[in-house]
Design a protein around this ligand. Structure first.
Ligand SMILES: O=C(O)CCC(=O)C(=O)O
Length: 87
């Protein structure tokens, strides 16, 4: 999933909450402007990312998934649960 902003929700006062399950994923986050510098962090199974407040409209995305890095799913893979309020 490439670098993007979550803008479809309408009311940006609500955070977007994201739960990673299964294989490790390389999460990249930058700033509100697409050209802003980015940082990357590996998300592991059970990690939760909250994009709220000043970070609500930051660009973000998943660059890589480390296949087979988790034993949660029998054939590897990653599940992402995203909770967002759509007004
Ligand atoms: O898979 C992820 O951890 C990120 C998901 C995401 O950025 C989105 O659903 O907008």
């Amino acid at each position: 999933m490439g670098l993007h902003q979550d803008r479809d929700e309408g009311d940006f006062s609500w955070p977007v909450l994201s739960v990673s399950l299964g294989d490790d994923a390389l999460f990249r986050v930058g700033g509100v402007e697409r050209s802003d510098p980015t940082e990357s962090v590996w998300l592991r199974s059970g990690d939760v990312v909250v994009m709220g407040g000043e970070a609500r409209l930051c660009h973000h995305g998943i660059d890589r998934v480390k296949h087979g890095s988790s034993m949660l799913l029998p054939k590897a893979g990653r599940i992402n649960l995203t909770c967002r309020v759509v007004a």
